[in-house]
Ligand binder design. Structure first.
Ligand SMILES: Cc1cc2nc3c(=O)[nH]c(=O)nc-3n(C[C@H](O)[C@H](O)[C@H](O)COP(=O)(O)OP(=O)(O)OC[C@H]3O[C@@H](n4cnc5c(N)ncnc54)[C@H](O)[C@@H]3O)c2cc1C
Length: 402
């Protein structure tokens, strides 16, 4: 007996979309189900590589009629693997990557498959930018729907705070616009509520003039990591909106285990220099890369992490960084189980913290730090040791997350 997703049914779906319809065995199938985290190996029954909102509407209706679970893929960076499902339908948006700028209104209309290279290049061609992820290959869609921390958040809020409107296909296949004026409840939900409310097929972002900045990285031997972390805490607790910093412990091939701060001052260098100088004065940095820098260079400070490595990330948003937490960071740095792993501390502040809780679904406005253990490794017969490292670290900082 033919199943509901028979060849005939899939053939009629393929006839109704511009994009591709892939099924297991098709040459492009395995590439299309590949996401950032190599641990996630799921096999959808069908993949629709959408080329427009119409394709998404067709795909959603088909999945409903055929009782298929839907997963939606933007940039594919979600470490938990929410962009992939077993046996259902994957709506892959990664071929939709165009960005249209209205320089007069300072607005960008961006497709949901864009990553931050696509987005930032188009915006910066007009001297514009808005808050976005700090790794170029991260998808704008999943990042924005989840909130979106980045180097401009102190000045302009989170990525989601800069969403003026979205086009969205709902679970019943209907196409809608959501903005402050139209379907305001949906507009509230997509700004921090994740990908649970429909498939966003276009984002309209508010942009801001962003010219030359002051910033870069300062890198120390891990022995100076604790001192650097104390300075990081002091600077981030007192710094102005314009200054955003992140702290990390990583292992660099040419330097071994190091602590680093990436800093970005979104304003005149003369005002930013004294604010960043405390980092430059910590011990003897291996690298002092602070200087005039473009936004595109800031967005490349953090190296790409290749797709396909094994990833288990665990962390918490916390209100403060007492001694015990700094001890936990340094201990986890000592105990790292893989050369690819990292401890990362982001510091939401300024405009990102001031937006009233009730205005959008995002829920961590009162937290000062997002502290994570990023366990990243190549395939290993004992993956549990990497996972346990991340879990142990997260357990130590969890008491501060309430
Ligand atoms: C290397 C790396 C760097 C990162 N850097 C940052 C950072 O600087 N700041 C930050 O805030 N976060 C950062 N993150 C976290 C990142 O924001 C999330 O992983 C985010 O989910 C990635 O979005 P994506 O589109 O690439 O992911 P995907 O895995 O494609 O999607 C993530 C989730 O959103 C849903 N989704 C995707 N597109 C749509 C859509 N159009 N409509 C509805 N739902 C959709 C998916 O179904 C899934 O549930 C980083 C993650 C990685 C791996």
């Amino acid at each position: 007996m033919a199943t509901v997703t028979s060849e005939q049914a899939l053939g009629s779906l393929a006839a109704n979309v511009h994009g591709s319809v892939l099924r297991p065995g098709d040459p492009a199938y395995d590439g299309a189900r590949r996401i950032f985290n190599g641990m996630i190996d799921r096999r959808p029954r069908v993949i629709v590589q959408a080329l427009g909102a119409g394709d998404v509407m067709q795909a959603v209706c088909f999945a409903r009629e055929n009782d298929l679970l839907i997963a939606v893929r933007g940039g594919g960076h979600n470490v938990a693997g929410h962009a992939l499902c077993d046996d259902g339908m994957l709506i892959d948006l990664s071929r939709l990557r165009s960005v249209r700028i209205d320089p007069k209104r300072r607005v960008a209309d961006a497709d949901p498959g864009c990553n931050y290279t696509d987005f930032d290049l188009e915006c910066q061609a007009h001297g514009l930018a808005t808050t976005g992820g700090t790794v170029a290959s991260t998808g704008i869609a999943g990042l924005t729907l989840g909130g979106g921390l980045g180097f401009l958040m102190g000045s302009y809020g989170l990525a989601c705070d800069n969403v003026r409107s979205v086009d969205i296909v709902l679970a019943d296949g209907r196409f809608m616009k959501a903005s402050a004026e139209e379907n305001a409840d949906l507009y509230w939900a997509v700004r921090g509520g994740g990908g649970n409310f429909g498939v966003v097929t276009s984002f309209e972002f508010q942009l801001h003039p962003v010219g030359q900045l002051l910033g870069g990285m300062v890198i120390w031997p891990i022995q100076n990591g604790r001192e650097a972390l104390e300075v990081f805490r002091d600077v981030t607790m007192t710094g102005p909106d314009e200054l955003s910093c992140a702290y990390a412990v990583v292992i660099l091939p040419e330097m071994g285990k190091v602590a680093l701060v990436a800093a970005c001052y979104n304003g005149p260098a003369t005002s930013g220099a004294p604010l960043i100088r405390p980092f430059q004065k910590v011990a003897k940095p291996l690298v002092d890369g602070i200087g005039p820098i473009s936004y595109l260079e800031v967005q490349r400070l953090f190296a790409e992490i290749p797709f396909g490595l094994q990833n288990y990330w665990k962390g918490h948003f916390v209100r403060e960084m007492p001694e015990s937490e700094m001890d936990a960071v340094m201990d986890a740095g000592d105990a790292m189980t893989s050369e690819h792993s990292a401890i990362l501390i982001e510091a939401p502040h300024g405009a990102a913290s001031r937006m009233p809780d009730a205005d959008a679904a995002y829920s961590q406005r009162d937290k000062r730090y997002n502290i994570s253990a990023l366990a990243i490794w190549e395939k290993d017969s004992n993956p549990q040791r990497h996972i346990q490292w991340a879990l142990d670290f997260a357990a130590r900082i969890e008491p501060l997350s309430g």
